[in-house]
Design a protein around this ligand. Sequence first.
Ligand SMILES: Cc1ncc(C[n+]2csc(CCOP(=O)(O)OP(=O)(O)O)c2C)c(N)n1
Ligand code: SF4
Length: 259
Amino acid sequence: MKSKIEWCPGCGNFGVLKAFRRVIERLESDGVERGRIVSVAGIGCHGRMPDYLDIPTFHTIHGRVLPLMTGIKLANPELLVSGFSGDGDALNEGMEHFVHAAKRNTDVALFLHNNQVFGLTTGQFTATTPRGKKTRTTPAGNPEWPINPALIALVSGATFIARGFAGNVSQLSDLMYGAIRHRGFAFVEILQPCITFNNTWDHYRENVYVAEPAESFDEAVKLVSDEMATGLLFRTEKQTFEETLLSSLKVPKKVVKRI
Ligand SMILES: Cc1ncc(C[n+]2csc(CCOP(=O)(O)OP(=O)(O)O)c2C)c(N)n1
Ligand code: SF4
């Protein structure tokens, strides 16, 4: 574990790190051994998370956080598997994996550092950059409409959808803990200011609010569409990918073990 943190001073990633360190402490006080808490990260500024965590971690290639998480969970369902990904990593390079992990209801938790830019490569536009925003690759303003990642997770089949803000560490930590404890695909979108290329601190501080979870899927579609709504937005239960493979489809256990 590195002691020197290399993010820009004021980066929203500090709040995410603080929140997740609290999650590890909370899981440990529940009796979970550190060796069972496994995390994966992609490529980007968010991808430095493993450097600052004292648990088993993997730093994978761009866009491939979810396939690695799925493989780890299938190989050993006893592990609590979570992953950190950027908006570029998960929604540009890795979009198909995101949709399929939600569709399968794999029992993992994905934490999306949504800073609406490619941070590490110095501020190009991504799938979540607001329309009209000037970036290094859209100097006249982004001509595209952004996607709403929590809405994609919801309609693809994720069973736990939450949104947190890097400036509210205590709420974010509770959401991350809830996501890891949830049985099924849990998605936490984190509104994460990139102070250097997309400084949204004031905008979020003024506009985010805490919502009550939706009681039906239709209500959830409306709630999740409001990009300033934070908190647990929707939760439901269904069989997980691992349970399906290990039981109803009668896949021999040793096939899963060989993976
Ligand atoms: C396949 C591939 N394409 C592009 C890159 C270059 N690249 C490295 S980091 C990065 C941006 C990461 O942005 P994001 O996932 O939003 O994370 P952030 O840095 O904002 O946390 C890019 C485009 C790469 N490493 N691999
Ligand atoms: S470039 Fe942005 S996301 Fe990357 S460390 Fe700096 S402030 Fe954080």
